[in-house]
Design a protein around this ligand. Sequence first.
Ligand SMILES: Nc1ncnc2c1ncn2[C@@H]1O[C@H](COP(=O)(O)OP(=O)(O)OP(=O)(O)O)[C@@H](O)[C@H]1O
Ligand SMILES: C[C@@](O)(CCO)CC(=O)[O-]
Ligand SMILES: [Mg+2]
Length: 395
Amino acid sequence: MSSMLTRGMEVKARAPGKIILSGEHAVVYGSAAVAAAIDLYTYVSLTFPPPSHSSETLSLQLRDVGLEFSWPTKRIRETLSQTIDSPASSPTSCSSETMKLITTLVEEHSIPESKIEIAAGVVAFLWLYTSIQGDKPARVVVSSELPLASGLGSSAAYCVSLSGALLASSDSVNLDFSSEDWLSLGEKEQKLANEWAFEGEKIIHGKPSGIDNTVSTMGNLIKLESGALTSIKSNMPLKMLITDTRVSRNTKALITSVAERRDRHPDTMTSVFTAVDYISNELASTIQLSSSNDLAVVEKEEKVEELMEMNQGLLQCMGVSHASIETVISTTHKYKLSSKLTGAGGGGCVLTLLPALLSASVVDAVTAELQQCGFRCFIAGIGGKGLEIRFGGRL
Ligand SMILES: Nc1ncnc2c1ncn2[C@@H]1O[C@H](COP(=O)(O)OP(=O)(O)OP(=O)(O)O)[C@@H](O)[C@H]1O
Ligand SMILES: C[C@@](O)(CCO)CC(=O)[O-]
Ligand SMILES: [Mg+2]
């Protein structure tokens, strides 16, 4: 399969962003968290030059940030000779020595100071590319429907779609490349893509829990607790208004600030994480479709709202709320709606539950008031597909 793909064929992958309904940060310390895929995707296009082509470069175009990188493959082999021939079938972490070497490759390109956080994404790209495809010349293009660095899992969608495209064109994955439809990977291959994406997330997040890459790979609605995954089936409408405060933040820095607070107050923070664990488990059983869960939708919504408020209080206690998030919470509260931050916090996006019977005029009024504050509001479809691959066709 890989020999056909090396003849100028294009492989595409797409992976969704996510919302975290409860449990961000605490999940890094083993508490339960509940997350859902949303219908906004990051797309990767990977093309190997045809054999007649003289190009011996690896190029990366990041359309969302208007940056382009390219490296002679000879330069990549010289720099990363120690790690380049590792097998794609066994995901490995990027050591600090290799990270330094990759950083020298990234620093050969000047990234404007205002976009410096993209460098971690480029390092993650080079680690995933060289680990899975070695030093083959290729052109990779990334574009996303997600706001970057805003809590909707753009880093995970980036790592999952990259891992998917790279594996789909390796010998580790077997797919029908004569099909022009979006294809899901088999269970084993999905697991491999998720494991590689987790290695990329480690480079971008520092200490990720794995929830973002897992929900982006698998799609749907999931609970993750101490690394153990449960898939949640729900028949609740779960309509969420997403408000992007447009305050950009960095997940790695926020994870570090929570770790520092935990170092200062170990017992207290452990109790906070335990409380979040209870909240996530209660939220999961409230939305879960099961014969013992016979509450009416309105009652379930009231429970979810209260649990979201409680989780937000504990996120504030962890130090990851922000004045812009508090403005969204107080604005939606005027309309008797409950909100919480989603993702790492510090700005970024806020979720507001829109109960099924809420009138459209209230949604319009609250949205208008939030937009007047300079925020961007949208409603995303929840619980859709995860990583998918497509051969040929257009992005
Ligand atoms: N489409 C993209 N193009 C280039 N880099 C990207 C893209 N998507 C994500 N990244 C990388 O991921 C970083 C943002 O990741 P970060 O974890 O801080 O935010 P997030 O994943 O959007 O939010 P959260 O982790 O809270 O869900 C960017 O700075 C960049 O390095
Ligand atoms: C803040 C965090 O819990 C969620 C970010 O979406 C980090 C992680 O779990 O990797
Ligand atoms: Mg992230």
